[in-house]
Design a protein around this ligand. Sequence first.
Ligand code: PRE
Length: 406
Amino acid sequence: MAVKAVGTWVAGFRQIGRSDLGCRRAVAGAAAGPNWTLEVSWARGRLECAGVCVKPVEDVKSVEDENLSSAPVSSEVDGGAENAGADEEPGKLNRDLPNGLLPKPLSLTDITVSSHGSNVRVAYQGCPGAFSEAAALKAYPRCVAVPCEQFEVAFKAVELWLVDKAVLPIENSVGGSIHRNYDLLLCHRLHIVGEVQMAVNHCLMTLPGVKKEQLKRVLSHPQALAQCEIALSKLGVIRENVDDTALAAQLVASNDLRDAGAVASAQAAEIYGLEILEERIQDTPDNITRFLILAREPIIPRVDRPFKTSIVFTLEEGSGILFKALAVFSLRGINLTKIESRPQRKRPLRVVDDSNHGTAKYFDYLFYIDFEASMAETRAQNALAHLQEFATFLRVLGSYPMDTSS
Ligand SMILES: O=C(O)C(=O)C[C@]1(C(=O)O)C=C[C@@H](O)C=C1
């Protein structure tokens, strides 16, 4: 279902349509500056793909739903006044328009972002009830959490000003790194502005009345299935991957699957009307996922609280070069908290001529490092200046406050 709405772009502030599961409002018109059209595709209540297309406003089907009801997006579109203002001269106010379709002036509340994050629109991957939604709400307790089908959509939604931030998982204490997000960090120009660490407690859930013995398969996100390896092996069921844990719960409920269970959050069981057969089925009781908060602009690094900095780099060839790269931090007493290497997709192999042993081909890597220091500290600046002496590429992904809450 494609929704077309007139959006407003004023000095970087944007309001857009909201679906029934979190995005309910479309604001027509522009208070100042030019009018733009916005095309957003929604499916199953989630942002599936997002694109901003610049069109003259007269081409636009205007959508306005002021009552913030939980009406599905389709009725928002169908109920909207088709081609409102299509015959108007650009810039001329049509006084015959019903009040609801007149441009709504921006108010102070529209542009004020409270410390709890009200008014902040935060993209996450998954459906309502996903762990990533809980992480978004942990980061910004009063935000509007915007579900997205894939990680990439969340990145794009921030880049296209459809949302203000994205909260995406980067690593889990059992499953390890979420490589897709490492790769996407490099493909996109977003900045890490924070992190959230959250305990992830998985529940096994089914339609009410279904017993464990009836289960032939269990649906969930692959990371969640991996985190519950021991419990699922005991059950002896087939594991089926779906895009997120909450979607697994939704599929079991909406398709009336009596031979299938879902691994998801207690919140998802409540939303989709499933019964929890077993709680905390993850392999280790303390199952922690670390999420990154991404934004279009970096934050100004500070020194009055613990900060972390994330970088990515590639290195010249030569023996001991990675050792030298890591030494720039230890020489300055900077603690490394994470190192991850990813293959360089476009240049997977490096050919090295060694006169003694002939030609060798090695994999070429990108190194991602998190270290405990703020870019406002001289020791961090010096460490990176030193690293640049033998790095062939270096990018600071963000310098941000450490999550010290968990
Ligand atoms: O499927 C979800 O609920 C998610 O939020 C995704 C996700 C992940 O990608 O790692 C997030 C946290 C948990 O580690 C399990 C799954």
